[in-house]
Design a binder for this molecule. Structure first.
Ligand code: NAD
Length: 398
């Protein structure tokens, strides 16, 4: 089993030649909370679930990170994801640190009522350690705006006042931002266009295969389709659907009938492979079989460090997660800003501002990669970790 956090620490080791041994200071989180939370089931019995919140670093601003409901949620995974959040916020230059939370649960085994009670229990667990200037949770795998609304309700009940800026990814009716739901996918398309411009490749008819058809995968595929890319395959945990002539994304629902496996999707002869499901999808066992020219990491941590080396040897560019999927947290930042001001933006303004931030982040990273002759991932980490360490220095923490 690949440890995501071990992989994350290896990524830090790789930038030591550029930033020195101080990168070791980022090999552990500032705070880690774990507790069993109890939920009443519909049949009257009680069930306990392991819950976590990892607050990795807040030198650049309040902790920021999603909440995941998934059977595979573990201490190791939380630490890796929280670390990557801190890096991601520094990559795009928004004033947040990094955190992550989750519950080890298969939400598909719960009724709506049980899911709501689980969300309430989780919010009560983290209530003392979150807040607009402390730690700002958001949706992640298997959580969404509805769950954020339940968590906001539980949190506000506990503290006795309104505090919408404590959660992002909320429904628009409760102070959520226009555009947040599709923001991660939209941002991925912005970054892909910048990358293709940089390598002088034409986007017309570029073939894309997308692993994962949830919030990120669906919206990415939809915006890519609208932008003129040809999405030839998508998948979910049950398998994938492939049509070399291109899929009609707006007609596709998550209940499509699979005609390929996820392993086959990863090996398709496409221009861009887009992992948008979970960590460790591309490993040293399947990296050799990848036929794409480039990988756009829309999931967090989909490529292990060993696979990264194999891909580099094969000459496949990897556009790293901390840049490719940073559109989500960027619009979460806009949501937080709008909530603090109680003044709301149009969707056009949200997407225009998101595009500006992501295009600048891409340009900065591309320039760093060129100047230092390193991969996009290393360039992103050098810039971001440098910014975090600088903030720690300014605060006198180191
Ligand atoms: P989601 O729960 O909405 O969707 C996950 C998708 O992955 C589903 O289609 C599921 O069926 C599929 N999947 C699960 N296991 C799979 C497997 N083994 N093979 C193929 N498909 C599989 O989650 P999401 O919000 O879309 O998040 C996906 C990834 O993007 C995660 O890594 C998450 O951390 C990252 N991410 C999400 C956001 C966001 O705004 N939601 C932002 C940045 C990064």
């Amino acid at each position: 089993m690949n440890s995501a956090f071990t992989g994350a620490k290896k990524q830090l080791d790789k930038i030591k030649p550029f930033l020195g041994n101080s990168v070791d200071l980022l090999k552990k989180p500032q705070k880690f909370f774990a507790r069993k939370i109890t939920v009443r089931l519909d049949n009257g019995k009680k069930k306990t679930f392991q819950a976590f919140r990892c607050q990795y670093n807040n030198a650049r601003g309040p902790f920021k990170g999603g909440v995941r409901f998934h059977p595979r949620v573990s201490e190791d995974e939380m630490k890796a994801l929280a670390f990557w959040m801190a890096v991601k916020c520094a990559v795009v230059g928004i004033p947040f640190g990094g955190s992550k939370g989750g519950v080890a649960v298969d939400p598909s085994s719960l009724s709506q009522g049980e899911l709501r009670r689980l969300s309430f229990a989780y919010a009560n667990f983290i209530a003392p350690i979150i807040g607009p200037w402390q730690d700002v949770p958001a949706p992640d795998v298997n959580t969404d705006g509805v769950i954020m609304a339940w968590m906001l309700e539980a949190y506000e009940k506990k503290i006795g006042q309104q505090a919408p800026a404590t959660f992002t990814g909320k429904p628009v009716e409760l102070g959520g931002s226009q555009g947040r739901i599709g923001a991660t996918g939209f941002g991925g398309v912005v970054i892909l266009k910048e990358y293709l411009k940089k390598i002088n490749a034409k986007k017309a008819n570029a073939k894309l295969a997308v692993q994962g058809f949830g919030n990120v995968g669906y919206w990415f595929a939809k915006f890519a389709d609208e932008a003129g890319f040809k999405v030839v395959a998508v998948s979910n945990s049950k398998g994938g659907i492939y049509n070399p002539k291109g899929l009609k994304i707006d007609k596709l629902t998550d209940s499509f009938k699979p005609n390929i496996t996820n392993a086959e999707l990863l090996a398709l002869p496409v221009d861009v492979l887009v992992p948008a499901a979970l960590e460790n999808a591309i490993t040293n066992t399947n990296a050799k079989k990848i036929n794409a020219k480039c990988i756009l990491e829309m999931a967090n941590g989909p490529t292990t460090p060993e696979a990264d080396e194999i891909l580099a040897k094969k000459g496949i560019d990897v556009i790293p997660d901390v840049l490719a999927n940073a559109g989500g947290v960027t619009v979460s930042y806009f949501e937080w800003v709008q909530n603090l001001q109680s003044y709301f933006w149009s969707q056009e303004k949200v997407f225009a501002e998101e595009k500006k931030i992501l295009e600048k982040a891409f340009a900065d990273i591309a320039a760093e990669a060129k100047a230092r002759r390193v991969s996009f991932r290393q360039a992103a980490f050098i810039l971001a970790v440098g910014r975090i360490l600088e903030a720690m220095k300014l605060r006198g923490r180191i």
